[in-house]
Design a protein around this ligand. Sequence first.
Ligand SMILES: Cc1cc2nc3c(=O)[nH]c(=O)nc-3n(C[C@H](O)[C@H](O)[C@H](O)COP(=O)(O)OP(=O)(O)OC[C@H]3O[C@@H](n4cnc5c(N)ncnc54)[C@H](O)[C@@H]3O)c2cc1C
Length: 654
Amino acid sequence: MTQPIKNLDEQGWVANAAVREELLDASNATIEEAVELADPMVLRGLIYQLTGDPQIAATTIVMGSSTGFTGGMEPTPEAEALIRRKAAEFLKSYRDRGAGELGIGPMDRLPQSMTLTMGKDIEPDSYDLWLEELALNPWSRGLEWSREPSERVRDFSVTIIGAGMGGLNAAIQLKRAGIPFSVIEKNEGVGGTWHENRYPGARVDTPSRLYTHVFSADYSYPYSFCPWTENQKYFDWVADTFDVRGDITFKTEVRSLVWDEADSMWDITVDGPDGVRTLRSNAVITAVGFLNRPDLPDIPGVERFNGPSWHTARWPAEFDPTGKRVAVIGTGCTGYQMVPELALEAEHVTVFQRTPQWLFPVPGYRSPIPPQVTWLDRNLPYHTNFMRLRVAGGFSAGFGPIAQIDPDFHDEHAVSEINKGARDNCIAFLKEKLGDDEDLIETMTPEHPVLSARPVIVDSEYSFLDTIQRDNVTLVVDGIRGITEAGVETENGEVHEVDAIVYATGFKATEYLFPMSITGRDGMTVEKLWSETGAQGYVGAMIPGCPNLWTLYGPNSNGGLLVPAFQEMETYYALKCIERLVLDDKRSIDVKDDAYRQYNEMIDERNQNMAWSDPRARNYYWTKFGRSATQNPLTPLEMWNFLREPNFAHLDVR
Ligand SMILES: Cc1cc2nc3c(=O)[nH]c(=O)nc-3n(C[C@H](O)[C@H](O)[C@H](O)COP(=O)(O)OP(=O)(O)OC[C@H]3O[C@@H](n4cnc5c(N)ncnc54)[C@H](O)[C@@H]3O)c2cc1C
């Protein structure tokens, strides 16, 4: 397996890149230009960490005006000038010293350096979480055996289902821990979400600096929010660099799992090029995603349409929108991402909107990272780490508090003072874009409170709001009556004639593990278990009656931690359980019913305090059973604490 990018030596973490040749060749002007575009808060913490310069530590910060995900604190202009000057001096002297290996500096300085970058104190109990996010130790979310495993580990086998972000992480961590495994993947390649979602404009809406695994935090993404092409490149790079592609069986779908109590094994029925066959393993990790099964709407006449039609997750590579009239049905995140790009190519786009969503403008959302900043990623040691910390800190501070309901706050449109502030900002953006078109502003103003549904991130320069004012775009808000041979018919009888129809209608988000059939201990089926509650899990990772089975991105794991961190921690949790089985020579581990029930009661109670529980909310988080199967209302620290060490009192180990 490829070596980690950084190693621990006696002084601390050391960037073990060979000599930075690019920096050796850099002129003073190149260095100064790059430093000028750097995030000053990142330089503040990083250069302090590398030099211990007290003048940097003493710099003053104030609440800034910047929007986006990096938090609000900024150095004063004088402080900023000093920080940039010191950073340029540091880089020049590092270059002149040969630009070789460089230690991170004293570990006991790190808390202050991290605080300097984040612009806020780090609570002692969350320091380890932030240290993981800083990713100096690429394997901080990997298993370190507490004692040498017995020979038994060689006979222990794990099947991972899915080779997206979660499945790849599980594969790499199992490989590193020396636990035999194989991966079953229904597609012909890795990447999951990004293998399937290739519509124009498909890109992440969480910062790419956080959309990596901790072991590859140095990966050089060219955008702050990457398009699908770059995400796909990352996952291909991960599969090859960490050498797990050969462990994946592609074009093979898992149909069912049946637990064999006598042998403590899962029988796994798969369907692939060799037909249907059954595999066996001691444990299963499902990494099947939660937005993987397209949800097509039940609109009368879909089959009557004369032209092509498809779900956004099935975008045909050969489709050329030039000269075509295209209908887009649905305006969730996908519709809002796709329409602006489609409108640049298609002859005409007709968008059918049932519910508007709150749009959050982010400057530079569609733009590449300036080359000077990616130059710093390569040439300023630990720049990627401190950038990651900065973005993580800003992001975690951003949305969580806005989603909390304040029971003493009463407003027609908002759930708290800060929630109302966020609404006001969104409305200001609508007005800025739509000017004095009161009707359009009203059409685009959601009734539900901000964050009661998934927020939509858009580029502040060019977004859906600009697009709907183009001559070649029509926004239709009348209900859809049906699909005809020629196009889409609305309730008022008008037929919108088009050449192609795209369904941007989302996924079967609440139908976890769909459509696999899972039969656990004593013949219990997951279908039956969830028949009166909808999907539930324990810490997002376990289901009672399903021993030795862990779910990544399982029920109620949307929120709490960001997806990559959540999946890494769930995998870590699974590995700790497997460690217990192997070291104690046990056969099975299962969550106790009480722990499962209590965990879900706690989640449900806490969810009641969140904006998505507001009666005005319209979202895909809820099931017909009156609970959210998807949302996690905990803070990152709370969720991380659940996963960093299994509470074995909650588990039945046999
Ligand atoms: C359009 C879109 C944009 C998104 N943007 C973001 C974002 O900006 N930030 C963010 O954090 N998240 C985002 N998400 C959520 C995204 O799904 C996760 O970030 C992440 O990709 C999930 O990884 P995963 O491995 O859990 O699931 P997936 O990426 O969905 O991968 C699941 C894999 O399992 C395979 N599989 C499923 N069932 C079976 C089976 N029975 N047998 C064999 N293989 C199976 C699938 O083929 C797939 O390869 C987005 C999702 C979508 C759809």
